[in-house]
Design a protein around this ligand. Sequence first.
Ligand code: NAD
Length: 247
Amino acid sequence: MELNLKDRIAVVTGAASGIGEAIARALAAEGCKLCIVDRDRNAAEKTAASLRAKSIALDVGDADAVASAFEKIAAKHGHIDILVNAAGLLSTGPVADLPAKEWERVSQVNLAGIVYCVKAAIPAMKQRHSGRIINIASVSAERGGGSVGNTLYAATKAGVVALTKGLARELGPDKITVNAIAPAIVNTAMTHKLLTDEALKRILARIPLGRLASLSDIADLAVFLASDRASFITGATIPVDGGILTT
Ligand SMILES: NC(=O)c1ccc[n+]([C@@H]2O[C@H](COP(=O)([O-])OP(=O)(O)OC[C@H]3O[C@@H](n4cnc5c(N)ncnc54)[C@H](O)[C@@H]3O)[C@@H](O)[C@H]2O)c1
């Protein structure tokens, strides 16, 4: 299947690690020109160097920093074809036990961060009358948290699902598609410590396909959604969860 991604300009946030990094690598393997965005400067530079890409260190929750970085990217390349919003934070524990500030911490990155990046990318996509936006949500949006992330985390991801639908409607006339991927649990820096033998056993018992998602399970779908082959898919949140939402 010809994906036609050669020389497309792709910005991936959270690309220094885990799911974002895997998506950046998969897009680069298809010939995209990558811009690696992450608040972890060293790790972002490392990923970028291995992909002969550019890296930008910023906090996606800082609207001004995001706007100025995307202006620079658009000025350099003339446009942006693909934006993948993978930067994210996990929050755990019952809401009653958490300081109110925890909501600010997690929503500022998981939800506001996506709003800021999308707003900053829209002019550079509209200009060519095309674009692909891919947001990383989570099955926790549907379940209200549970296996790993808590209620606050799930609420930010439910916001991502709503944002994905509304943006798809707003940006459809400009031929910009907006979709989300909802992974169940993937073993990354975010989840690793929580995946004790006991937790793993409990989680696997609920997954009909009997394993965690691999990074390539997520990256393969992201590449497809970024390609011309997915030009009539928009506003969708696609679970990559081994069937966990069926149980
Ligand atoms: N791992 C899972 O089980 C799982 C499941 C569902 C959804 N997700 C989502 O996938 C995305 C990627 O998570 P991951 O598992 O790869 O985690 P990860 O911790 O490996 O990667 C997250 C990356 O985001 C970066 N980041 C965090 N806050 C940032 C900020 N304010 N600005 C810029 N960069 C920032 C981190 O530095 C890191 O490189 C997240 O949105 C997460 O919520 C993960």
